[in-house]
Structure formats: structure tokens, C-alpha cells
Design a protein around this ligand. Structure first.
Ligand code: AMP
Ligand code: MG
Length: 343
């Protein structure tokens, strides 16, 4: 059983759509989550949505490392060949691995593309989720090392030690959203909203010429309450938090974003990070990376990148914005306090 929840779109769609111009909507369950697409300009039929979902299904079939879903995929082959041989993968998979390596580097390994052995050991999101023993944990932590992953020649991948493995769960959804948007733009779509399990990408602005208004969810609530609103045009907004996948053991909640140093779920003052960026793949990787890095180092990373903004939520319902986020994000929930950084 997948632990993924049924997700509800947080897009706050304007009530002023002309009733004659109903959006073309489609839904699919892929990448372990619900994908919802709404095309808001006239002249498109459902066929284009089928093309998009087929493309996402191909991405999933190449990059999934969920053994319960797939007998084999390109990445499962890479992982099974660890310590033995290099495996040639598709340009798709290679591109995602190369980007994942870049974010591993940028985040000093807070994001680590070779996290797979740890993800598997914890089993979070699977039926066998549980806290591993100290010895196993220590051995497994030693297998996580993004710098050891060899990319090339060509589109081949090699993991030098048996037991190593790659996992693109923190970045592939973003890649899929970018690819989906590229197909839609190519087909002439000028106004659309893609919701890939809470990762939002918008094409253009709304048909009435105003920006899309996207709710940022509260970290402690089910997915129908938001703490504020981001107004975006032609951008993407991705959140990482602890509520998506977790299990409880001995009264302790263990979530799905792991710290490769300790082997345990990442623990710092952060409850949630939302990234607003141009590329959904970058936003996806950065939301996970900054979640592990914590507020200070996470903010530093975000500030070092052009046209990337962030909304951080720390314990005590405190909201912190990157320098350009105030122009995009409005806090609306009175339970939360905006912390203004002293310069
Ligand atoms: P996200 O929801 O995008 O933050 O991604 C979380 C998923 O990324 C997890 O379910 C794991 O598959 C994977 N993951 C967990 N910890 C890390 C990490 N430190 N670096 C990279 N990927 C991770
Ligand atoms: Mg991510």
C-alpha cells in the first residue's frame, strides 16, 4: 500500500472565469501521487493531456526505484549493477542524475542523489517502515556518497560499491512537471496550471491577465489549509515537509527526508520549505536540499541562486522569506508570524 495521501489541489482558481470557457482538465495517478492539469485557454482537447501523461509515465518507468511497483527500471538496474558494471541509461535519466549531482554538490551533500540504500533501509512509505538498528544504519550511511557516482562515458552510470544506489524521488517530480509544461507550451498552451501532488507549475498568467494565486499549505494541517498565498506567472512552486510520508514508532514520528550524515530523518528548526523558481526540477531539488540544510544554510543557498525564492516555516509557526519572496508571497494565516531578517 502506498502511504501517499490523496492530494487536493491548492490552486485558488479565480471565480471570474467566463462560464463558457471551461478549462480542459485531466487527472492521472503517477509518480506516487495525483497529477492534475487544467488548461485554461480555448481550442485544446483532452488528447494533449493524454500525450502529457504518457510522457510522465515513461519518466516514471525509467526512474522509479520503488521495487514494489517495478520489476526493473533504468535506475533499479544501475543500483543492482553497483560495484560491478556501468549501465547505459536514457538521456532523460542521465539529465536528472546530472542535475541531482549538481544539487548534491551545491548543498554539500544535504541533498544526496545516492540516498537510496538509506531510503530502502527505513522503508518509509512502504509496509516495512521501521527504525533500523544502529549497526545496519552505520553500514548503510557509509554507502551514501554522491561524489562516488560516475556519470559517463556517454549516458552511462556507475556506482563503484556494491550496495550503493541512486534515488531521484526528490527531483523527478519536478523534472516531469517541466517536461509536461514543455509539451503543453509546444502545443500552444498559454494559460495552464499543473499540480503534481502539490508541486505546482503555472504556464503564463490566468486568462484574465492576473497572476495565478497559489496557496502554500500549513505544515501541520491536512492539505486543505494554507498559511499564505503566492502570486506567480510562468513559474513553479514546490514544497518539502514532513507530513507527506512518515511513520510513527514508539510515539516518535519519522519522516521521509533523510540526513545522509546521521542516517536519520533530517532534524532542525524547519517544518517546511517552499521554493518558487523557474524550473520545477530545480525547485524540487532545492526544497529537499534546504529542508535538510536548515534555515540559515538553506537561505544562503537560495540567495546564491538567481530567480529562486523561498518561504521557510520554522518551529513556533514562524515564517521567513528570502530577499525576493516578499514580492510574491503574502502571509494570510493569523496563527503564523512573519520574521523579518535584520540586515
Ligand atoms: P521531496 O518530497 O521532494 O522533498 O523528496 C523526498 C524524497 O527524496 C524521499 O521520499 C526520498 O525518496 C528522497 N530523499 C530523502 N532524503 C533525501 C536526501 N537527503 N537527498 C536526496 N533525496 C532524498
Ligand atoms: Mg524535492
Amino acid at each position: 500500500m502506498k502511504a501517499a495521501l490523496i492530494l487536493i489541489s491548492f490552486a485558488l482558481l479565480s471565480a471570474c472565469q467566463p462560464p463558457t470557457d471551461e478549462p480542459v482538465r485531466g487527472q492521472a495517478y503517477l509518480l506516487g501521487t495525483a497529477l492534475n492539469i487544467a488548461i485554461h485557454d480555448a481550442g485544446h482537447d483532452r488528447e494533449i493531456l493524454d500525450t502529457v501523461f504518457e510522457r510522465v509515465a515513461v519518466i516514471e518507468a525509467r526512474m522509479s526505484t520503488t521495487e514494489a511497483d517495478y520489476e526493473t527500471t533504468e535506475l533499479l538496474e544501475v543500483n543492482r549493477a553497483a560495484g560491478e558494471r556501468r549501465v547505459a541509461v536514457s538521456p532523460d535519466t542521465f539529465e536528472v542524475l546530472a542535475a541531482a549531482r549538481e544539487f548534491s554538490r551545491l548543498s554539500n551533500g544535504a541533498f544526496d542523489v545516492t540516498i537510496w540504500p538509506l531510503v530502502r533501509l527505513w522503508g518509509i512509505g512502504s509496509e516495512n517502515a521501521g527504525v533500523p538498528g544502529a549497526d545496519r544504519l552505520e553500514q548503510t550511511v557509509a554507502l551514501v556518497d554522491w561524489q562516488a557516482m560516475e556519470l559517463g562515458p556517454g549516458t552511462s552510470v556507475f556506482l563503484p560499491r556494491e550496495g550503493m544506489g541512486v534515488d531521484v524521488g526528490a527531483i523527478a517530480k519536478g523534472y516531469a512537471a517541466d517536461e509536461a509544461a514543455a509539451i503543453l507550451r509546444e502545443a500552444g498552451v498559454a494559460h495552464a496550471l499543473l499540480d503534481f501532488g502539490g508541486n505546482i507549475l503555472v504556464i503564463g498568467d490566468k486568462p484574465d491577465g492576473t497572476p495565478w494565486r497559489i496557496g502554500v499549505q500549513r505544515p501541520d494541517a491536512e492539505r486543505n489549509q494554507y498559511l499564505g498565498i503566492a502570486e506567480i506567472t510562468d513559474r513553479t512552486i514546490v514544497t518539502s515537509g514532513t507530513y507527506e510520508r512518515y511513520f510513527v514508532e514508539g510515539g516518535v514520528r519519522y519522516h521521509h527526508i533523510l540526513d545522509a550524515e546521521t542516517g536519520f530523518p533530517a532534524e532542525n528548526d524547519l517544518q517546511q520549505v517552499t521554493i518558487i523558481a523557474d524550473s520545477s526540477m530545480h525547485a524540487d531539488a532545492l526544497s529537499t536540499a534546504t529542508f535538510v540544510l536548515g534555515l540559515e544554510a538553506g537561505r544562503e543557498l537560495v540567495e546564491s541562486l538567481p530567480s529562486v525564492e523561498a518561504v521557510f516555516v520554522t518551529n513556533g509557526n514562524r515564517v521567513h522569506l528570502s530577499s525576493g519572496a516578499a514580492e510574491l508571497f503574502t502571509l494570510t494565516d493569523p496563527d503564523y508570524t512573519l520574521v523579518v531578517q535584520a540586515n
